[in-house]
Design a protein around this ligand. Sequence first.
Ligand code: PLP
Length: 425
Amino acid sequence: MNYQRFLEEAIDQVHAERRYRVFADLERIVGKFPRAIWRANGKAEEITVWCSNDYLGMGQHPDVVAAMQQAAGNMGTGAGGTRNISGNNHPLVELEHELADLHGKEAGLVFTSGFVSNEAAISTIGRLLPNCLILSDELNHASMIEGVRRSGAEKKVFRHNDVAHLESLLQAAGRERAKLIVFESVYSMDGDIAPIAEIADLAEKYNAMTYIDEVHAVGMYGGRGGGITEREGLAHRIDIIEGTLAKAFGTLGGYITGTRSVIDAVRSYAPGFIFTTALPPSIAAAATASIRHLKTSQAERDAQQRQATHTKQVLADAGLPVMESATHIVPILVGDPELCKMASDRLLGVHGIYIQPINYPTVPRGTERLRVTPTPFHSDALIAELKAALVETWNALGIPYRTEGHTEVPKSERIVSLLVPQSGG
Ligand SMILES: Cc1ncc(COP(=O)(O)O)c(C=O)c1O
């Protein structure tokens, strides 16, 4: 057995499919977000990041940084154990109360990442409910797919945001069977939003449980940053609301909120929660500071929306193929994996603008894109710079401009693979 050869062949396959990932070596600079130092080929250069999920720049907010520093100074760095064995630190307990309050739920539970929260919660609930059928949106994130898979429950995938299809699956299962509907509020690659009210109506009609991933919405939508469910007054109609602390809240970790019994069941049965070290107090304290700030401050949300709208307008006016998006996410269609990578390389190398290419399997083939995420800190001047750089890149590489209006890309079916996640990351 030549172990190395097998692994090298696996890597060669990723190269052949043009989905080998290269990470940019970045150093973010407090006070200068979205500027960062990029290191490559022995050089260090200051560039502008246009694809960060630190959507509101909270990762450098003075209150958040101070909370982290203070907690580390007072309580040290690590948690020192699992939640059960000495790691249950007070800032983490406070954070869970803050999250339950954010979503108007009885309880919250924090995990080491959003990925882990989805994998652990969905797999545990699906396993505990007898003969559970999981109904999963076809564009759900890899972490949710992993949760569904590990639950061992039967699954049916419904067409993206297609409530008629979902209803037909619910109807076939009948009211008596245990059913869990898992979906996202904001789909991060297209920037579209789920029909949450209609899904909640169906859940009521067919007596199903609902689980929503608000990872790309918490902090950014709703009067207190409770996500799309808060904005639409629907949080009370969804059983489990999941989110991350790593995007708009600018720190690290994931969570679920729900009734005391749901939270206690996941707390008691999920290996991904039980058998791992708890989040450090410094991170928990920073996350709480960020959530508290965004519960009362609308300024970041307003500025993000303003700059996202402005970016879409400026790029569309230049004829660039900006894809339709109902949210802060601004996808620009390239439609070819090679060109997408070349565009990204050129933007970084020539213009000092970093936008990671998004290729298959994260998005369907033929819809390869640059995914731009304007934040409150992307000024009008930076937006003008971005437009000029994109136009130069589009001309230099011969990438097609938009024909008319916005660019609509059919949300073609994702190809389900056992090895590669369908979306995100
Ligand atoms: C929809 C969705 N859910 C969950 C996650 C995982 O969250 P985290 O980065 O906190 O692990 C991501 C991406 O990172 C995501 O896009």
